[in-house]
Design a protein around this ligand. Structure first.
Ligand code: KMH
Ligand code: ZN
Length: 301
């Protein structure tokens, strides 16, 4: 009797893990590490990297922990965010030498207030992927992150010209509408890959209901990563893991390993996300597996 119910429970769990929402969950999960960001400072967490070597070593810690993608902002040595192509080039070279094969995904968001062509500079290095922010929102207390539809079209064209895969950053439901509008107008091709960024002050929250709402708004064939800001980081990671999504963690989004305890590195955040995903039946993808899952081309810088 006990053996029978154990058997039934096992079958039930296997079924759940296999067919939830038509997705096979016993599958690889892509970990993205957003190691630096443009806003977070050493005053908030002294382990936030600024210099080229600090950025490269933080990338390595994340890579060794299992990150396949490094979402990259860069700073000058005093912490000022920059989209300068030279600085990106130095950081990408240093990251690639310490993290062989890793996918580097430069930000084209930069910091709020930067001009469009300033933000686009890292595309000149022909990365495999880059972010494409799909709308305007209040960003924290004081800033507005401006992305008009004309701007998004301009960025999408620049990425297409260079065969760079956009990761579609959506901070709210309306931005999915905008992305799908741009797809319909042929500014974006398939496959569509989204990053659901949840919990920015000014954007959508990070509750289970909001996560389901955003996820269920995606086209079924699209892939997605989910990013929870601040205390939402690991809740959102778990939600992504059980629904067939991928996970982003890192200092850009959260500086704590647990409430009140600062993280010592991006690697520690990646390790925790992988531990959670592992308990839920997901295995971290290598960079090459991530390239296959996302169908991104090989051979770019
Ligand atoms: N720093 C934010 C204003 C991105 O990387 O594409 C925008 C941002 C998004 O971080
Ligand atoms: Zn970013």
């Amino acid at each position: 009797m006990i053996a029978m119910s154990y058997f039934n429970v096992s079958i039930g769990i296997a079924f759940l893990f296999t067919v939830y929402n038509g997705v096979t969950l016993m599958e690889k999960i892509i970990l993205t590490a957003a190691i630096c960001g443009a806003e977070v400072t050493k005053e908030q967490n002294p382990n936030v990297p600024y210099t080229v070597m600090e950025i490269a070593h933080e990338a390595r810690r994340a890579f060794e922990a299992g990150a396949a993608i490094i979402h990259l902002h860069v700073r000058y040595d005093d912490g000022t965010p920059t989209q300068d192509i030279e600085r990106f080039s130095q950081c990408i070279d240093a990251i690639k030498s310490l993290c062989p094969g890793v996918i580097v995904q430069p930000s084209t968001g930069g910091a709020a207030g930067m001009k469009n062509d300033e933000r686009l500079q890292p595309l000149g290095l022909d990365p495999e992927m880059a972010t494409l922010d799909c709308g305007t929102l209040n960003f924290g207390e004081d800033d507005i992150f401006v992305n008009s539809i004309a701007t998004i079209k301009y960025f999408a064209e620049k990425m297409r010209e260079r065969n760079i895969m956009p990761e579609l950053e959506v901070f709210d439901r309306s931005m999915i509408n905008t992305a799908l509008y741009l797809y319909k107008k042929d500014f974006l091709g398939t496959p569509l890959h989204f990053n659901l960024v949840m919990g920015v002050k000014g954007g959508i929250g990070a509750s289970l209901g909001e996560f389901s709402f955003l996820k269920d708004s995606l086209p079924p064939e699209a892939s997605f990563t989910a990013t929870g800001i601040g205390r939402n980081q690991f809740n959102i990671a778990a939600m992504a893991a059980v629904t067939g999504g991928h996970i982003r963690v890192g200092f850009e989004d959260n500086i704590y390993i647990s409430p009140g305890e600062l993280a010592v590195s991006n690697g520690q955040l990646v390790e925790k996300a992988i531990r959670i995903a592992g308990e839920l039946g997901r295995i971290p993808a290598t960079p090459d597996e991530a390239r296959n899952i996302l169908k991104i081309r090989r051979g770019a810088k």
